[in-house]
Design a binder for this molecule. Structure first.
Ligand SMILES: Cc1ncc(COP(=O)(O)O)c(C=O)c1O
Length: 379
């Protein structure tokens, strides 16, 4: 035991020495430019109350699901919610997962088979990469949003080909070229797996994301929607055809071998989408704040190109990114550094998330601090 603990401590010390030690912190009372609560739904008192009313109205009162969906954990309420989600995402069927992480793990580990190929964007989220690692298929990354590199790899790929991409990339905030990806997938008979984590809620008529907004949803084999970001709650679903739904129930281990989400979570999912439909103006409010920020930082050189709620300011080197974040935090802005290896070396950054509830004066103050700080860094 002692030797084992020493080994753990040694590895933690090594992390600390590299400046990469992770610790748990409470959220601050600073101005939130960091959370994924883009539409402010997680802090909406009205939504909170609606979820409670919905729970009170449930005829069967249970605190937990009591088992996997395949055992005691399934209810009509679950399936009715899945039908409503399928309608929102314009799919034949949807299947709820406990989180976006497990949904992607499920899809990527169960669909591609031994002789198949997974091609994933190099900036894809860890859960896409982890899912691909669990699969027996061959896996290769392609350069971020680079259709030429993807096509070169499509030409060499064997078996069934799966292309895994995100609507909006979580660390850069840029969008994938979805229509072009669809054309390429058709040319090479490949299947797209689209992670809509950061577009769910913020885009589309009822928060239905990028593929539905562009009307290409029927050409995408697998769509993953997550509810812990703009929807302000928790959980995820996979949307697609009925065979995909039945296949995941049968073969996706992260679905089969886990206790289902409790009724509270299902009520929250149901209510959050209803709430968003009734308050769809929130999307416009978010777009206005993004535009306001982009205008305020237009002469800031160290940004990547993004028109989404996720913005970046690059400070190469972990130390520089950390100094920049500390500086902003001391001025009352909750902005977090994103360090390598989470992002590639040299692209360490501040990840700045915009929200409906950020005021114009907060955004202005953040932008001018970023600019003054930029001047200091380069003086
Ligand atoms: C692109 C992307 N996919 C999936 C996930 C995981 O979703 P969840 O937080 O619901 O597990 C995240 C979360 O950070 C993400 O950014």
């Amino acid at each position: 035991m002692d030797a084992w603990r020493k080994e753990l401590q040694g590895r933690l010390k090594a992390r600390e020495k590299e400046g990469l030690l992770r610790t748990l912190k409470y959220t601050s009372d600073q101005i939130d430019f960091s959370s994924n609560d883009y539409l402010g739904l997680s802090r909406s008192e009205s939504l909170f109350n609606e979820i409670h009313q919905e729970l009170d109205a449930l005829t069967i009162k249970r605190n937990g699901a009591t088992g996997s969906r395949l055992l005691a954990g399934n209810t009509e309420y679950y399936e009715e919610t899945e039908s409503r989600l399928a309608k929102i995402f314009k799919a034949d069927a949807s299947l709820i997962f406990n989180s976006g992480y497990t949904a992607n793990l499920a899809v990527l580990s169960s669909l591609p088979q031994r002789n198949d190929t997974i091609l994933y964007d190099e900036l894809a989220h860890a859960c896409i990469k982890d899912g691909a690692r669990l699969s027996l298929a061959k896996r290769y990354s392609f350069r971020h949003n680079d259709l030429n590199d993807l096509e070169a790899k499509l030409k060499r790929a064997e078996g069934k080909i799966y292309i895994a991409v995100e609507s909006i990339y979580s660390m850069d905030g840029d969008q994938c070229p979805l229509q072009e990806l669809v054309s390429l997938s058709e040319k090479y008979n490949a299947f797209i797996i689209l992670d809509e984590a950061h577009s769910t809620g913020v885009m589309g008529e009822q928060g239905s994301g990028l593929a539905v907004s562009l009307n290409v949803h029927s050409k995408i084999a697998v769509r993953v929607y997550t509810f812990g970001k703009a929807m302000g709650i928790h959980g995820a679903c996979v949307a697609g055809n009925n065979d995909l739904h039945d296949y995941l129930i049968n073969f996706a281990r992260p679905f089969i071998y886990t206790t289902a989400l409790p009724p509270h979570s299902i009520a929250a999912i149901d209510c959050a989408f209803k709430y968003l439909s009734n308050n769809i103006y929130l999307q416009e409010r978010l777009r206005n704040n993004i535009q306001f920020f982009l205008h305020a930082v237009q002469d800031l050189p160290n940004r990547t190109i993004s028109t989404s709620a996720i913005q970046t300011a690059i400070y190469p080197g972990n130390e520089n990114a950390r100094i920049a974040a500390t500086e902003l935090q001391q001025k009352g802005f909750d902005v977090r550094p994103i360090l390598s290896p989470t992002v590639p070396k040299g692209s360490e950054r501040l990840r700045i998330c915009l929200h409906t509830f950020n005021t114009k004066s907060d955004i202005e103050a953040l932008a001018s601090t970023l600019k003054s700080f930029q001047a200091v860094m380069h003086s």
